[in-house]
Design a protein around this ligand. Structure first.
Ligand code: NDP
Length: 350
């Protein structure tokens, strides 16, 4: 009885223990979403920000009321107060930044893609496991109320046996983001690293399985350099003869961004659900007619942060783990490889 009471007290204490964060990357997503999402959590405190440019770090810190600004990742990581790190630098920086943070014994919530190659991402997973720290991938779609509702409907058999999925993840980059994503190959540019990687995670979330084959064609339809794709269409085969078609682009200014899940007994329409902000709608279409599925409109990043903190506090697991990040990258790389070679790529099960 006494023991149980003590354990309960400890558990409650740990739930409210502050998790102090350092941010690596004075990025748009950190500014627009992540600082607020961390602070919304009762345990979340943001202590420091690092940028390659001290002026940018300082200005970010002032704008968001963060106490410390650095231009050295190593210096920030040397702060023992910091227990968790959020990484949102350009894609090429994720690997070295995450390696440094894990080596310093920090828990890491890293942006997608975890690295530029799946084998590098696997190294991060292995290192985090050896160090006993949590590594999570900031895949946001699986935390949106719309996509969770779609998954629930699939799992409940609301459309019978799923036979195909069409995913429209084609939009236009805002002017402020038409920078390294469009122009800097070394930084991890291109729509595949940016968008396709999210599709991989979302499809695995919906279907609870990995695809077996992927085929793709990519193009540069806009004004960027020809060796950096801004558009890609791909076809994926999942176990159970499920075919998936994805359209990802940076140059589709006015199309709806959504998903259709087709099954033997109906269709789920996810309209305007491929975004960062809460919104959009989900409709279940069957022989009974259309049913609008009621959605809560939570901020997706808040759920990701809450699950990450729960994992740190031994109360749960990250909504998208390091392993999930390895898989989404592996699938995005398969799309790129198919587009480059014209071959259909078979996906190894492990
Ligand atoms: P940004 O271009 O805003 O920021 C990325 C990096 O670019 C920053 O870390 C910063 O480097 C540098 N940078 C930013 N502004 C400037 C500037 N004015 N001049 C020079 N350099 C600058 O990218 P995003 O915030 O859009 O994306 C960051 C990461 O987050 C990417 O990996 C992306 O894939 C991911 N992402 C994930 C999303 C999700 O929903 N999971 C959504 C959006 C992005 P420094 O830190 O050195 O200052």
């Amino acid at each position: 009885m006494r023991l149980a009471a003590t354990a309960r007290c400890r558990r409650i204490k740990s739930m409210h223990e502050t998790v102090t964060w350092g941010l690596i990357g004075a990025s748009t997503i950190a500014r627009e979403w992540m600082v607020d999402a961390i602070r919304k959590h009762p345990s979340g405190a943001v202590r420091s920000i690092v940028s390659a440019d001290l002026e940018r770090a300082t200005s970010f810190a002032q704008q968001k009321g963060i106490p410390n600004a650095y231009d050295s990742v190593a210096e920030m990581l040397a702060d023992p107060e910091i227990t968790a790190v959020y990484i949102s630098t350009t894609n090429d920086r994720h690997l070295p930044d995450a390696l440094a943070a894990i080596k310093a014994g920090k828990h890491v919530l890293c942006e997608k893609p975890l690295a530029l190659e799946a084998s590098e991402a696997q190294t991060l997973v292995d290192m985090a496991s050896n160090k006993g720290v949590v590594l999570a991938t900031n895949h946001h779609l699986r935390n949106m109320d719309s996509h969770r509702a779609i998954k629930r409907l699939i799992d409940q058999g609301a459309v019978g046996k799923v036979n195909s999925i069409r995913l429209f993840h084609a939009g236009e980059l805002p002017e402020s983001l038409k920078t390294w994503r469009l122009h800097d190959k070394a930084a991890g540019a291109g729509v595949i690293y940016d968008i396709t990687v999210h599709n991989g995670d979302l499809l695995r979330f919906y279907l609870g399985a990995n695809p077996t084959k992927i085929s793709a064609i990519a193009a540069t339809s806009g004004s960027g350099p020809r060796h950096i794709e801004d558009s890609v269409m791909s076809i994926w085969e999942f176990p159970g003869d499920i075919l998936v078609q994805c359209h990802d682009s940076f140059v589709v200014g006015y199309g709806p961004r959504g998903v259709e899940v087709h099954g033997s007994a109906g269709t789920i329409l996810g309209i305007d659900v491929m975004s960062q902000a809460p919104g959009g709608s989900v409709i279940l279409r069957t022989k009974e007619g259309d049913e609008v599925i009621p959605l809560e409109m939570n901020v997706t990043y808040e759920r990701g942060v809450a699950d990450f903190i729960a994992a740190i506090q031994n109360r749960g697991k990250p909504s998208s783990s390091g392993e999930d990040g390895v898989w989404s990258l592996k699938l995005a790389r398969a799309v790129a490889q198919s587009a480059a070679t014209g071959q259909t790529i078979s996906i190894e099960p492990t």
